[in-house]
Write a protein that binds this ligand. Structure first.
Ligand code: NAD
Ligand code: MG
Length: 393
């Protein structure tokens, strides 16, 4: 029996995680569930999974949840705030932590889970973008087991040698081939991109996801963040990570070896596959995902990424190469830009403009400790907000 904390249980990844867990009550027990402010859904999840703890970030929402829990006679302790997130990510009786909070907000509890030596199921890619060095050091020091949930990184993990120890050359790996769907605007005329709406950006052709990552997929910033994520997870240089646009999203990524072999992981685009893989690793369990019907798919296409159409991808490669706090600046500026776009304050094409302006304005420093990252994150958010105010529609 594995005891699990799900950080961000009301989100897209959180719900998929609980769907897989519910299929295997003999293997997994939920110890804690957390959410930002969705107390109604969290209450339903508490009723179904009877965790020891439920955490909300928002005080008023926590109070509402406490009342409902009491009225229903459930034995669930309701906690509130960021410290509580860290607490439930590090409880002594928790074996595994699903890190599925969106954005930089997920970094503290995710890092804490790694420091506490937990099995970390990492969906929150922003943690690696912001503090990859510190996070990977924490994993090594504590002996935490790190399993990528992001479908591409999960596929790469599955396609690397099982004893891969972070040295591509030593393992005969020549390249990591990171696949990308190209999102909803892969073929949209460039002249129309200026006027696309948040709903159009969130209508992903293959995946159903939260709104932030959906916009990131439309701008291909998601792939950029994933290049940085792959760098940290697999110790791969920017030049060793090739983005391959593959519109069907059937191949979830590939590893190319020096002998000419290319190993890939395929499956229907459903996050329950990587989630089930990580939950059960090194075993395999049923995920509820339908078997892949290759005859129905019939063909797989591949094209090179278009850096002109998707400047966010180029900005992410640049941030990875510049290193230090630059990826943190990129991430923070992107979070503000995406929120402003979703609020209809800026246009879709303003997203890369804003990020480039912030990367040019806030001074890069080295990352020695968490404080360096937090300061860069704050400075970039301030600069990004100023940009939004100056350029609001
Ligand atoms: P989502 O928006 O659907 O859910 C986010 C969850 O985090 C919710 O439970 C929400 O309540 C919680 N949350 C939001 N802000 C918070 C805050 N400030 N403090 C505490 N909790 C907060 O997001 P998602 O699509 O499930 O994505 C979650 C993470 O997984 C992201 O980092 C994303 O990049 C990554 N990811 C998602 C997918 C996917 O298919 N959705 C695929 C790969 C990676
Ligand atoms: Mg992905």
């Amino acid at each position: 029996m594995q005891n699990i904390t799900v950080l961000g249980s009301t989100g897209s990844i959180g719900k998929s995680t609980l769907d897989v867990v519910a299929r295997h009550p003999d293997r997994y027990r939920i110890i804690a569930l957390t959410a930002h402010q969705q107390d109604e859904l969290l209450f339903e999840q508490c009723r179904q999974f009877c965790p020891h703890f439920a955490v909300l970030l928002d005080e008023a929402a926590a109070e509402r949840l406490r009342k409902r829990i009491a009225a229903a006679g459930l034995d669930v302790e309701v906690l509130c705030g960021n410290e509580a997130l860290v607490r439930v990510a590090t409880l002594p009786d928790v074996d595994a932590v699903m890190a599925a909070i969106v954005g930089a907000a997920g970094m503290r509890p995710t890092l804490a889970a790694a420091e506490a030596g937990k099995k970390v199921l990492l969906a929150n890619k922003e943690t690696l973008v912001l503090a990859g060095h510190l996070f990977m050091d924490a994993v090594r020091r504590s002996g935490a087991v790190l399993l990528p949930i992001d479908s591409e990184h999960n596929a790469i993990f599955q396609s690397l040698p099982h004893d891969y120890a972070g040295n591509m050359q030593h393992s005969g790996v020549s390249k990591i081939l990171l696949t990308a769907s190209g999102g909803p605007f892969r073929n949209t005329p460039l002249s129309e991109l200026q006027n696309v709406t948040p709903d159009q950006a969130c209508a992903h052709p293959n995946w159903s996801m939260g709104r932030k990552i959906s916009v990131d997929s439309a701008s291909m910033m998601n792939k950029g963040l994933e290049v940085i994520e792959a760098h940290w997870l697999f110790n791969a240089a920017a030049d060793d990570i090739q983005v391959v646009v593959h519109p069907q999203s059937v191949i979830h990524s590939m590893v190319q070896y020096v002998d000419g072999s290319v190993l890939a992981q395929l499956g229907n685009p459903d996050m329950r596959t990587p989630i089930a893989y990580a939950l059960a690793w090194p075993e395999r369990i049923d995920s509820g995902v339908a078997p892949l019907d290759l005859f129905a798919i019939a063909r797989l296409d591949f094209v090179a990424p278009d850096f002109e159409r998707f400047p966010c991808l180029a900005l992410a490669y640049r941030a990875l190469r510049e290193g230090g706090t630059v990826p943190a600046l990129l991430n923070a500026a992107n979070e503000i830009a995406v929120a402003a776009f979703l609020d209809r304050k800026i246009d879709f094409l303003d997203i890369p403009r804003l990020i480039e302006a912030v990367m040019g304005k806030v001074v890069r420093t080295e990352v020695h400790q968490l404080q360096d990252v937090l300061e860069a994150d704050t400075a970039a958010r301030i600069a990004a907000q100023e940009w939004v105010e100056r350029n609001s529609k």
